[in-house]
Ligand binder design. Structure first.
Ligand code: SF4
Ligand code: SF4
Length: 311
């Protein structure tokens, strides 16, 4: 089915409550050197199917939620979970966007994959020189054909040069092609030392706080920062749902958190007096503020700010 374009997905990601990320598995057979979540062929995967099925049902019935991004690891390496999620979410009127390397493609596309694609709105196909060590261009092109034959919207994302992105635009003219940075997380940390720091006053709002991430094991993170998803960063950005019924309350609580509200609307610049550094990355400043908030040191300043926001 035809899903939102990349621009439409981005617009939804800036709408509070409209999107969520369902992190289906840590596992991936591809093994890219730049993988921001450090996925490997034997990484952990779903074991508690009751919890996972319940989480999918909770997302399906969540009011205001329009788009669920299915990521990992490689979603197609988690056949049962991917089938279950795409079918149940679509049946509940949600749109899905699946992120994949397309490693599963070949001369013949298995029927179960065609069925998953038929229940998917948008497919993000990731390809670049790192993916190409395992997933060669003809495989990516075969995956793109299968996606387009299923009438999904196709977005090709390239962690590479403008020239590389242009080559993919020529190869697959029906796709939207856009470039993405290599993130300094997971194995990507070895390739990039970090993101450029900017004056705190120039750090904008964090719209990723509109995309909470729910892992298959019930871990919920306030945003979709990969380092936080794989267990890094402040604990304050993470909660644990041990039962599916807890998910709605956790998502509501993370969205209503006073610090998250400030970061989502204004960004760290609103709290510059709590930061010791003059320059920082957005996530770096956020982590410092999360730690300060969890130590309760500056709670009065935060609430003063919230009150002044409301008046
Ligand atoms: S970047 Fe994607 S395809 Fe590559 S190892 Fe990570 S999850 Fe797999
Ligand atoms: S700024 Fe904070 S909330 Fe936003 S993506 Fe980075 S870690 Fe997550």
């Amino acid at each position: 089915m035809s899903g939102p374009t990349h621009a439409e997905c981005e617009a939804l990601r800036r709408t509070p409550g409209a999107t969520a990320v369902l992190f289906l598995t840590d596992r991936c057979p591809v093994g890219c050197d730049h993988c921001s979540v450090g996925s490997l062929p034997r990484s952990p995967r779903i074991t508690d199917w009751n919890l996972f099925t319940g989480i999918v049902d909770e997302l399906g019935s969540r009011e205001g939620l329009q788009l669920v991004a299915l990521t990992g690891g490689e979603p197609f390496a988690e056949r049962r979970g991917l089938q279950l999620a795409t079918e149940a979410l679509t049946a509940n009127g949600k749109t899905t966007a699946v992120f994949t390397s397309g490693h599963w493609a070949g001369p013949r596309i298995p029927l179960w994959i065609r069925r998953v694609l038929q229940a998917t709105g948008t497919v993000y196909l990731s390809t670049d020189s790192f993916h190409a060590a395992s997933v060669k261009p003809p495989t990516v092109e075969a995956a793109a054909r299968a996606v387009l034959e299923s009438d999904c919207t196709l977005v090709v994302q390239v962690a590479g040069s403008r020239e590389e992105a242009d080559r993919w635009a020529d190869r697959i003219p029906e796709a939207e092609v856009h470039r993405v940075p290599i993130l300094p997380y997971g194995r990507g940390r070895l390739l990039r030392q970090g993101m450029a720091e900017r004056p705190v006053a120039d750090l904008g709002a964090c719209h990723l706080l509109n995309s909470p991430t729910i892992r298959y094991d019930g871990t919920v993170t306030a945003c979709c920062n990969e380092e936080v998803i794989i267990g890094g960063g402040p604990d304050r950005l993470r909660r644990q749902a041990t039962r599916p019924e807890e998910l709605g309350g956790i998502l509501d609580g993370l969205a209503a958190d006073p610090l998250h509200r400030i970061l989502r609307r204004t960004g760290p610049a609103a709290l510059a007096s709590l930061l010791t550094q003059d320059r920082a990355t957005l996530c770096g400043a956020c982590w410092t503020l999360q730690d300060a908030r969890s130590r309760q040191r500056h709670i009065s300043v935060l609430f003063d700010l919230l009150e002044s926001e409301a008046t």
